[in-house]
Write a protein that binds this ligand. Structure first.
Ligand code: NAP
Ligand code: SF4
Length: 654
């Protein structure tokens, strides 16, 4: 299990929560866990007061984690992460005084004795980790953090023994590894996370990477893990639109250069993908982080040939990384239990009577409720007028780069079967039907209906709702205007422009070429000098009324990918306007008091949603008490994360 910051590190009672969190993953069959990054000093904090290990007092707290993991038969290494110039605080330090583009703080350049003290702080941190019961440490040498900053001339302009030649720039990590090995002996595991692909200009060359790997082995590391891309890199590396296993080729390049095991990582989310990477000889070991948020029992299920039962990480980042960037504790969109294990166990321990429950609407909220309620022993009937379960997920799964939603639907279907939920599809629900089922409880999860536009010309045949466009695959002309630039407006543009995610070798190569990754490694950092341009399938104009950046409410860690992807495809984005009318020629807008025609063949309406709550009203009028969840309760700002969370929590409270 790869390193991932969860936010529990800084939370009240966080060590107990982490103990249960990691303990559950060890129980679920993970062979080796690496914790989220722990700083060896205050200057290495990721943000003010983030987790560090510098004292015996802190080591005692960590012991709760290691004890729990060992109790459950696992092994655990602590990642030592010094954030360098990425530190979001005024005490940050770096090899040279060069500000990063993603932090507002300019780092202080370490003096030569400061570098030596930092080496010692890593060694001391490892010693304390050993004392806390960790089986080893991972030295974080990638992602553009301090060690990585020493390695490349882009951020290392030093003239002392830690700058200049590559030999000098490598000294910092090598002294750390040697120091830890000397201090803690042969049994202690040292993993070195090596940036095999910086994806920034003036990054490491391939020759330097091979040299470093060999030296890292000589210095005493037992395992080398793969790091992909600095945080400031403009190449998606873990988002859902990245083909599965898109970066294992780079680990494969290093295979045979060293004799210690190599771990590969990034967008590996199924046992099948992991196995195929191992079978192809791309790596000796696989690391996954988010997939273990999504399902703590991933490994045991894989081992028992039950991979159909795995709740698959869809790479959305919505409840994990996006939370971390907003200083919130991580969880998981498809598994709200993640990082809240203690809270859920308390909810579960409540005495409850078995009830007969009817759930109307098999979208994300209804599905999550039904599965959780059935797991808790209730007798659940799930009804939907559609011919398939999934609601809005059935739209999402058709959007290029969102195919992983198929996995969520597969998981829900397998769970509905496993926990004997009665599913009635193609069934229109009314009050009489509900009465005939004589339930103890009724849950309304009837979802949303797309908002219609009321401007002149909105009923012309050229005007299509996103729902009809995606479900009926309506063909569109060469020039398309999209009204509304929320998540769905962006999704529709992707749907019209891009090909489905393809994780075959050709698909991966195409993805890498499109984002400017040079698999031939001609320059340091492995970026192509220029990327190939493709003629877009259609010419799109994406609009919103409010001023400002389009897609401002998209995910913190993925919004930029959607914006960059659409810009590459020539999408025009306009904001700060009003819609006047639609005619045969196209859409008339008003921008800064000036009326303008955007000539087009089709106009797609993605103007948000309204709650589909008619059934709720009818039930209320008939005096049938009910619970309403998901979009049917509140359509604005709703997304799958909120829907699944609401459904899950309601199941525990009924
Ligand atoms: P949304 O994010 O609320 O966006 C609605 C868009 O419609 C806005 O751009 C809004 O901008 C415009 N709009 C609202 N009322 C309008 C009106 N009367 N006339 C014309 N335009 C109007 O809703 P959504 O795109 O339908 O998405 C629904 C939910 O699913 C959201 O919570 C979204 O975050 C989530 N989702 C997320 C993703 C993702 O990638 N994370 C993908 C899909 C959906 P103006 O008012 O400025 O014009
Ligand atoms: Fe994966 Fe999304 Fe869950 Fe994060 S929130 S672990 S990306 S499914």
């Amino acid at each position: 299990m790869g390193s991932m910051h969860t936010g529990l590190e800084e939370e009240k009672g966080g060590y107990d929560k982490m103990a249960v969190f990691y303990g559950e993953r060890a129980k679920g069959g993970v062979g080796l866990i690496v914790t989220g990054g722990v700083s060896p000093s205050i200057s290495g904090w990721v943000s003010p007061f983030s987790i560090k290990l510098t004292s015996n007092r802190e080591a005692r707290k960590h012991k709760r984690i290691t004890d729990k993991v060992h109790e459950n038969g696992g092994k655990i290494c602590m990642q030592i992460l010094h954030s360098g110039r990425y530190g979001y605080h005024p005490f940050c330090v770096a090899p040279s005084k060069i500000k990063s583009p993603i932090s507002k703080f300019t780092p202080r350049a370490l003096s030569t004795s400061g570098v030596r003290r930092t080496v010692k702080s890593f060694v001391k941190c490892a010693r304390l980790a050993h004392k806390a019961g960790y089986d080893g440490v991972e030295v974080m040498g990638s992602e553009g953090y301090l060690i990585n900053e020493f390695l490349v001339t882009k951020t290392n302009k030093r003239t002392d023994e830690y700058g200049g030649s590559y030999e000098n720039r490598m000294k910092f990590p090598l002294e750390i590894i040697r120091g830890i090995r000397k201090e803690l002996g042969e049994e202690f595991i040292i993993i070195y996370r090596l940036s095999m692909l910086d994806l920034v200009d003036e990054g490491s060359t391939w020759t330097e990477i091979v040299t470093l790997a060999k030296e890292v082995q000589k210095a005493g590391a037992n395992i080398i893990n793969t790091g992909i891309g600095w945080h400031e890199a403009r190449v998606p590396t873990i988002a859902t639109s990245v083909p599965r296993g898109a970066f294992s080729w780079v680990t494969q390049r290093l295979m045979g250069e060293v004799s210690i095991p190599l771990i590969t990582t990034n967008r590996i989310n199924t046992p099948e993908k992991a196995n195929s990477i191992l079978e192809k000889g791309h790596a000796d070991m696989i690391s996954m982080a988010r997939p273990f948020l999504a399902d703590a029992h991933f490994m045991n299920k894989a081992k028992d040939n039950l991979s159909e039962e795995i709740n698959t990480c869809i790479g959305c980042n919505q409840a994990c990384l996006d939370h971390i960037f907003k200083q919130k504790t991580a969880s998981c969109l498809v598994n709200p239990r993640a990082c809240r294990e203690i809270e859920f166990d308390t909810l579960k321990s409540v005495n409850r009577t078995t009830k007969k429950i009817v759930v109307v609407g098999a979208g994300p909220a209804g599905l999550a409720f039904s599965v959780e309620a059935a797991k808790l022993g209730h007798q659940v009937t799930l009804v939907d007028r559609s011919s398939e379960i999934g609601g809005q997920f059935n739209l999402a799964k058709k959007v290029a780069g969102k195919e992983e939603f198929h996995e969520t639907l597969r998981y829900f279907q397998v769970m509905l079967d496993k926990y004997n939920v009665e599913v009635l599809l193609n069934t229109n629900v009314n009050v009489d039907l509900i009465k005939s089922l004589s339930p103890d409880e009724v849950v309304v999860s009837t979802g949303v209906i797309p908002r219609k536009l009321s401007i002149e010309g909105a009923s012309l045949p050229s005007v299509i709702s996103y729902y009809d466009l995606i479900t009926k695959n309506i063909p569109v002309g060469k020039k398309v205007v999209i009204i509304g630039a929320g998540g769905i407006g962006f999704d529709v543009a992707e749907f019209l422009l891009h090909e489905p995610m393809d994780d075959s070798e050709e698909g991966i190569n195409q993805f890498l070429a499109d984002w400017g990754v040079d698999t031939q490694y001609k320059h340091g950092g492995a970026l192509l000098e220029k990327t190939e341009k493709h003629a877009p399938k259609c010419e799109i104009t994406l609009l919103q009324r409010k001023p400002g950046k389009l897609g401002a409410n998209l995910g913190k860690t993925t919004g930029w990918i959607h914006r960059a992807g659409l810009k590459k495809s020539g999408v025009t984005m306009l904001a700060g306007l009003t819609y006047e009318k639609i005619t045969e020629e196209g859409l008339w807008i008003n921008q800064k008091g000036e009326s303008k025609l955007i000539a087009c063949d089709n106009i797609i309406i993605c103007a948000g949603q309204l709650p589909a709550n008619k059934l709720k009203e009818e039930l209320d009028n008939s005096g049938i008490s009910n619970h309403i969840i998901g979009g049917a309760r509140k359509a604005a700002e709703l997304d799958a994360k909120a829907a699944i969370e609401e459904g899950t929590f309601l199941a525990y409270s009924i």
